[in-house]
Write a protein that binds this ligand. Sequence first.
Ligand code: FAD
Length: 191
Amino acid sequence: MKTDFDVIIVGGGPVGLLLGCLLKQKGLTFRVLEKRTQPIPHSAAIGITPPSLKILNQLGVAEEFISAGLKVRDCFVHGQSGKLGCMSFREIPDLHRFVLALPQVTTIALLQKHLGAEWIEAGCEVTEVHQNTDHCRVSAQDREWTARYVVACDGWRSPVSASLFHGHRICRILSVTWRAKTLGRANRYPH
Ligand SMILES: Cc1cc2nc3c(=O)[nH]c(=O)nc-3n(C[C@H](O)[C@H](O)[C@H](O)COP(=O)(O)OP(=O)(O)OC[C@H]3O[C@@H](n4cnc5c(N)ncnc54)[C@H](O)[C@@H]3O)c2cc1C
């Protein structure tokens, strides 16, 4: 079946936008569907690690990110009883021997700029995804699209993959999430 796009990405956070940049580089057709119209003001993804910087380098945008952020070469961990330890990124065998500290709003803004507004549908909350043998159908409010694949980049709680991934044999819906050990309730970051 002829579909509207090769890929539909649900979620325009750091992961969805970066995936969009990579698909654009490959010449694939896609849309990033993001329910928010404004990025979240706080930072969850604040540290960009060397493997992620390598990907940004492949996209030709690493230097722009690096000049907007702060290179963290050494990290000191303090607890209530004082200094607990330290670690250094100076010796890691990678192109970039530091973690880049960058506010998430800046990361989002730079990725959106690189991607281009025409690839992103903001204010578009995905409510349903159906998969068939050769395509998926995605609904958001009163709109609908078809794509060969759907990638759920809607955060670690990922309602899309939670509701659709299990129990399906056909794998046209992929899920990309980041999962941390659950923090105590008071420390949990609002997403
Ligand atoms: C305290 C804390 C500190 C962290 N520090 C780091 C760090 O230093 N470095 C790091 O790499 N990571 C860090 N993380 C993890 C960080 O949250 C993730 O790396 C990052 O946010 C993952 O990006 P994402 O795009 O997968 O998800 P998110 O940032 O959660 O983005 C998901 C997007 O999907 C959208 N969305 C959700 N549902 C729908 C829907 N139905 N339709 C359309 N859009 C939808 C949301 O609006 C959102 O924009 C930290 C997390 C926490 C909690």
